[in-house]
Design a binder for this molecule. Structure first.
Ligand code: AMP
Length: 191
């Protein structure tokens, strides 16, 4: 099994690349952001709980997020592996994931981190907001808050895996195909 974490700030291209990687390596792509948007779109109790946090560009509480992730994992335990996009985003989520994986005899193969500068992130997110219909991509102050939350709460996740020698930084600037090639090189070095 290959279990990857695709890591990086909002707008670094995780979603785009995760879809391509899932297809190439036959992995199940789990984006917690997409799962929340699905729940909100269907006005489920979980979606209603998450809504205000997401609208403000804050993180949804770990208790809600971890349960949702585990439900999704449990549906695909017979797969070739997972690519996690947008999870874990806090150290508490890393620890919860360790426990979930240990119980299933699974482990993280690698965290690949996409590196993109702040100005470029804001530009990309505002551009995406024009077509995505995502309110959290359309307002510059919400985008800035998401990047601040990334620095304060999410960036320690990199160190968590770096300490276990499981991290790899990738240049996230360039064409989609160039970046995809860099990611594939990193994943192919696992075998
Ligand atoms: P994304 O599509 O990954 O940018 O996620 C959109 C929003 O969903 C984030 O700004 C958070 O409010 C929420 N979200 C997604 N993943 C997580 C997570 N792992 N922990 C907490 N909140 C999350």
């Amino acid at each position: 099994m290959i279990n990857l974490i695709l890591f990086g700030p909002p707008g670094s291209g995780k979603g785009t690349q995760a879809k391509k990687l899932a297809e190439k390596y036959k992995l199940i792509h789990i984006s917690t952001g997409d799962l929340f948007r699905y729940e909100m779109g269907n006005d489920t109790p979980l979606g209603l709980k998450a809504k205000e946090f997401i609208a403000a560009g804050n993180l949804v509480p770990d208790s809600i997020t971890v349960g949702m992730l585990e439900n999704k994992l449990n549906k695909h335990l017979d797969s070739a592996g997972f690519i996690l996009d947008g999870f874990p985003r806090t150290i508490a989520q890393c620890e919860a994931l360790d426990k979930i994986f240990a119980d299933k005899n699974m482990s993280i193969s690698k965290l690949v981190a996409l590196e993109v500068g702040e100005e470029e992130l804001i530009k990309r997110l505002l551009e995406r907001g024009k077509t995505s219909g995502r309110k959290d991509d359309s307002d510059e102050s919400i985008i800035e808050n998401r990047i601040k939350v990334y620095h304060e709460e999410t960036s320690p996740v990199f160190n968590y895996y770096d300490n276990q020698k499981l991290s790899h930084k990738i240049n996230g600037i360039g064409s989609i195909e160039d970046i995809f090639g860099r990611l594939c090189d990193s994943i192919d070095s696992l075998s």
